[in-house]
Design a binder for this molecule. Sequence first.
Ligand code: GLY
Ligand code: MN
Ligand code: MN
Length: 432
Amino acid sequence: MMISSAEYQQRRQKFMNAIGKGVAIFRSAPQAVMHNDVEYVYRQDSDFYYLTGFNESEAVAVFAPNHKEHQFILFVEPKDLAKEIWTGYRVGVEGAKEAYNADIVYPINELDQKLPEYLVTGDRIYYHLGRDAHFNEKIIYNWQRLVASYPKRGSGPVALEDSNFVLHPLRLVKSEAEIVMLKKAAEISVKAHQRAREFAQPGRYEYEIQAEIEHTFRLLGGDGMAYPSIVASGENACILHYIENNRKMEAGDLLLIDAGCCYGYYNGDITRTFPVDGEFTSQQKDIYQLVLSAQLQAIDQVKPGNTYNQYHDKAVEVLVEGLKELKLLNGDSKEIIDGKKYEPFYMHRTGHWLGLDVHDAGNYKQDSEKWTTFQAGHVVTVEPGIYISPYIKPVEGQPEIPDYWKGIGVRIEDDVLVTESGNEVLTIAVEK
Ligand code: GLY
Ligand code: MN
Ligand code: MN
């Protein structure tokens, strides 16, 4: 179950149609080092992967729709059997041409020599200035040389543009094959959450639950976690990115688990919150029911024609009304919302695009006023929460928080696909 080479070809074709007479360059992600000579498992840059499916470092992809012979050019590390014995298989120059359908493949050490021949065919260069300052300089240097020689030629790239603005709108709408991948990532994530719920009980440590979750990810064929798993019991649930996962859980605790599996580069992202001993206290139940109600009503807003902000606004509206009923907020709802007086309880947005990146590529707004309109193939998370930290400071004029509310943190998160007729919750099978 993977993306077919025909689909990669279609993606490249669409992208090249979009850049018209331009030329685009993508750099592979660097190989991250864990310590000394030990490396992390390699993970390709998502833009690079989306267009090529190629998952080795030290590679460059060039798209030159105007070049007479080569429109898709790859630069890769050549095969080196002595090194491969240590670091694993490399596809190499010959292999890459075959396996990735490039029009031509060069060894990466020929990049400086060959790049100008392709860049000169574009009326502009599409390139995202990345973290590799040295590589950025290389692109700018090449561009400036072509600008300097432009008068003699009367052609060449006159501008450098960020490729994000062309590629990310394509990544935003998921194909059928991508949806299959996302469903698989969701399915494994669901099973891991189900396992976690069975396994959690007072006296166990958070990391034991984490181990069950991540064990399930691998056991079921996932690549591993999509992001560091958050297993947060008691007041740890009020820390949004708590990843220490080292506390011993006690009866009376809520346990917030935010964990998702990566499958073939596509990600799941699920949060559930439940009482470790199976019994809510009355305050926990009030907060839980409120977040659940906000989440279900927010999910209803995820449908074609609605805009990205609508489900967030719905969640905030429901949470604010509920917090007023619980006397944790007071005053006019519109003033609370416009003045963001709910933020001590709810400080993040209600979700994000999901795909090759957990916080996936794509604009949330089309200009400063206009939010992106949902269409079939968009995938978002819906993840409202309420966090009553022991250190919470209400906004001026708002009630002090009685101690019996403090330390409660609840978030509920599902992955939601926009369909032609509404939506499909990909992660619905985890109890909530
Ligand atoms: N787990 C990261 C997020 O929910 O956005
Ligand atoms: Mn999450
Ligand atoms: Mn999320």
